[in-house]
Design a protein around this ligand. Sequence first.
Ligand code: MG
Length: 457
Amino acid sequence: MCSVRLFNIVLILLAALSPATLATERPNVVIIFADDLGYGDLGCYGSPTIRTPHLDQMAAEGLRFTDFYSAAEVCTPSRAALLTGRYPIRSGMCAHRRVLFPNSKGGLPPKEVTIAEALREKGYATAHIGKWHLGIHEGSRPLDQGFDHSFGLPYSNDMDARSDLPKGSSGLANPPQDGWNVPLICDGKVIEQPADQTTLTRRYTAEAVAFIREHQSQPFFLYFAHTFPHVPLFASPAFQGKSRAGIYGDAVEELDASVGQVLDALRRERLAERTLVVFTSDNGPWLIMRDQGGSAGLLRDGKGSTWEGGMRVPGIAWMPGRIRPGVTNQLAGALDLFPTALALAGATAAPNVTIDGRDLSPLLFQSRSIPPRPFFYYRGDELFACRLGEWKAHFRTQTGYGQPQAETHDPPLLFHLGHDPSEKRNIAADHADVLAEIQQAVKAHQAGVEPGEPQLQ
Ligand code: MG
């Protein structure tokens, strides 16, 4: 009798946590996106020097992913993919030129549907705070892509450098504060130029907290894309000179405090149990910046490359009472955030659009595994590698920065990421069957890819 009652209680609890129930509640969605933060740069991912107590606590209360991937090896394509759930090759937001520059003619095409557009259709308030880097022309800007409110920089903080600035200044430990003419834009209007970069994290955070407070009773989507720890590195006076890891650590520790303030605001407004918060990074650490670049931990290479260090990044999901605390080895990534957010909001993607990500709700809310699927690593518009289960094959390799030509591998290199996460031992010769399976997956993927009109030229 007692066990039957217990069983019923368990069923009721499971129903309370089911994605369908969540959709009727229309939970809020917050994505906090760091820029160039490496896999090894947080305490909860093994950094011995950078202190990140708030992210560590978020991970302890939430689900920490060991195998979470950005959708691209550099900034612009990674962001395009996060907001659309599609490999950037489909939107044309990737190319040999790698990212958008202030003189680029293109941007995220208006026909691409972002999380903000899909959720706004469902009555969500939407805000973009921080770096954009998806286009400065009409049709591609935040307010054109589904956001009601936008506060931040149009592109990277090292762009539009002062003409007399020596090359390499962005990688200095003490970069000049007025070295980059990047504007701070609020709802389409320039409010400061150059933006005072020492105040950015603090001001972004204040905007995020205000947005949360103002939307206590309306569901919302907050896309909070930090400027740091992308170089040039700045921190506010309260964090300057505090970290063992130098200015890079200062910037990350301030970002960690910002995460703490956002989570505190959600708790204070009694929204924590109604808000999915995901923290991740747009790509791996920019290793050529040396002390001003981060660490990919035990992963190989960093930003710009399709070795694991370029694209495997921290990934933490938090929703107290809904997500059971733990660590998962399931493969997931930024591509999954679009379908996951839409599922939570009860929205559906347009039927004629290919979405590459998967809804993570079963994993997040019911501890169920996501069916295995291949993951494709692109450098620019070229597919360089593919992961299937624990196996990863490289068809081409090139270090993130500094190697002028890619190397082609025939047969491809093959690594077992379980046994060899640092990709040191190529075991292709012993596993022709695995390679054949991966090649099959690549063929099927490529047959379904229609490259979008190139946007980065
Ligand atoms: Mg980046």
